[in-house]
Design a protein around this ligand. Sequence first.
Ligand SMILES: C[S@@+](CC[C@H](N)C(=O)[O-])C[C@H]1O[C@@H](n2cnc3c(N)ncnc32)[C@H](O)[C@@H]1O
Length: 270
Amino acid sequence: MGKVPILFRYPGGKFYALKLLSEFWNAVPHGEYREPFVGGGSVFFAKQKVETNWLNDLDEELITTYKNVKSPRSRKKLIASFKNEVANKERWREVFESETKDDYEVAKKYYYLNRTSFSGKLVSPAWGYREKRSLPPERWHERLGPCGEKLKDVKLTSLDFEKVIKAKSDKEVLLFVDPPYFKPKKKKHYRHGFTSEDHIRLASTLKLTKHKFFLTYEDCEEVRELYKWANIHEVKFFYRVDNSNIENGSRKMGFELIITNYEIPKTTLF
Ligand SMILES: C[S@@+](CC[C@H](N)C(=O)[O-])C[C@H]1O[C@@H](n2cnc3c(N)ncnc32)[C@H](O)[C@@H]1O
């Protein structure tokens, strides 16, 4: 896996676990790949594309931003406008309070706030750009360029996860499922909350699917109970405590479950 371009700063991003997760996506030949909860898309950007690729998230503004980064015309406009952009608290407030009149403006506002708000969080966002540590606007093209190219021909939707999991295909489908945590430690991270009923609905949808899936969750009793019919892999890895600075943040040990409905070959990674 070469250097992975990081488009967004996103709570719950899986950058720290990519090597481990690659064992799971490499274990299944597939002609179609889907992410029903794409968020920042760390796995999609790290993984080789296959014939058909489908990214989905209920957050419409996030998907509108992906669509504008995908479109060569809008991407060019975004890159040109960020070349002359500034990151300071006054400008942040101005952008935060600005009205948007079309999808391009939604994307431009979303991307600016994602890059300059604390941890990239857009629910009750706070100014969070750090001089010398955050990527300056004139360099945002380094992310928009390669990530936009990779999005070529990728299907982008803003639907509830059930539709994406249930959709049929004439190819072998692999799903990477990264739902919000069962017991989130912090207050609301995402615009669309996930209830206990949603977690139960996800488990029953996955139980019925003919597609292959790998699913990540925090390790807790409730999740183990919901997925006792599947293969549960316990994994531990280091993650950055401060995801606003992937390059230098301090590291903490984390425990998670990777749950699959297929076997994976023995690995030395966990
Ligand atoms: C844990 S994040 C995904 C993180 C991502 N895999 C990454 O690496 O950055 C979960 C995502 O689920 C989305 N979401 C919440 N409810 C949803 C639903 N019912 N259907 C689809 N997406 C939903 C949220 O908007 C959020 O982006």
